[in-house]
Structure formats: C-alpha cells, structure tokens
Design a protein around this ligand. Sequence first.
Ligand code: FEO
Length: 175
Amino acid sequence: MISKTMENALNKQIELEGYASFFYLSMASWCDREGLEGCAKFLHRQSDEERNHMLRIFHYISEVDGHALTPNIPQPPHEFESIQQILELVYAHEQKVTKSINEMLGLCYKENDYNTLNFLQWYVEEQREEENLARGILDKVKLIGNGSQSLYFIDQELERINTQQLAAEAASGEA
Ligand code: FEO
C-alpha cells in the first residue's frame, strides 16, 4: 500500500522521465537532420533509457497497489541552436531530475515509506552517473569548440561514448 501523497509524487516523476524521453528523442531527430549520426545515436539511446526510467516507476506504483497514470507530456522544442546547446539542455534537465528524486527521498522519510525509499536508491545512483556523463561530455565539447570543423570530432566522440555505454549495459545485463 502506498499513500496518496507518495503516489502523486511518483506519478509526477513519471511525467518528468517521460518528458526527458521525448525531449532527447526530439534532440536525436534534430541531430539526424543535421547529419550528426553519432550524436543522434547517443540521444536515441538516452531517450530509450528515460522511457525505461519512466516504466520502472510505472510498474512500481502498480506493485505497491497504487494507480500509475500515463503522463500528459508537453511537446518538447524541435529546433536547437547547436550540439553544445543540446548538451547544456541535457545537463540542466538531468539536474532537474536529480532535484526531484532528492525531494522524493525527503518525502519518503516524512511518510515513513521505506519501500519507496529503497526503490528510489537505484535512481540516486543512476542520476549520479547521468549527471556525471552529461557534464563530462559538455566539458569536452567546450574544449573541442563548437565550430563547424569541430562538429566531426564531437560526433565521433559521442559515437564512441555511445558504443562504450552499450557495451557497459550489455555487460551488466541491462537492455
Ligand atoms: Fe531518468 Fe536521466 O533522468
């Protein structure tokens, strides 16, 4: 059994994760159009990951006898200025997600909900990794520069990171 307050908070988190999935999907589409294949692959995978984050919460709510709601997801932007801007937006969104997870942890203590506290531990670790990854890539892009000649190297770098992430997921048994 889960409290209504916690159920509402988890449903809000479903919206945030669902939005992230669509946001990154929109970014992937922009990269595809711009011929940035490596960046597009990276963002498609990030989008899939966010959908999994959303579904994980969805199933959890049902498991604890709550009511999981399909999210009302607003349209994300479809146009972007540059790959650097995209990565800045990814990093900012990940920070927003981390803040929301942290607020939910506080709510777990308030509600004496240790099941949800335990469930959210996975997200704490995931957010640490995702923020770290986004910040690391952004730092590299700033170093390489955002000019047209740099784009080729940025694209290759994101392709490399994506391949690395896929291998790590396969090794840990994650899809
Ligand atoms: Fe699921 Fe990257 O927040």
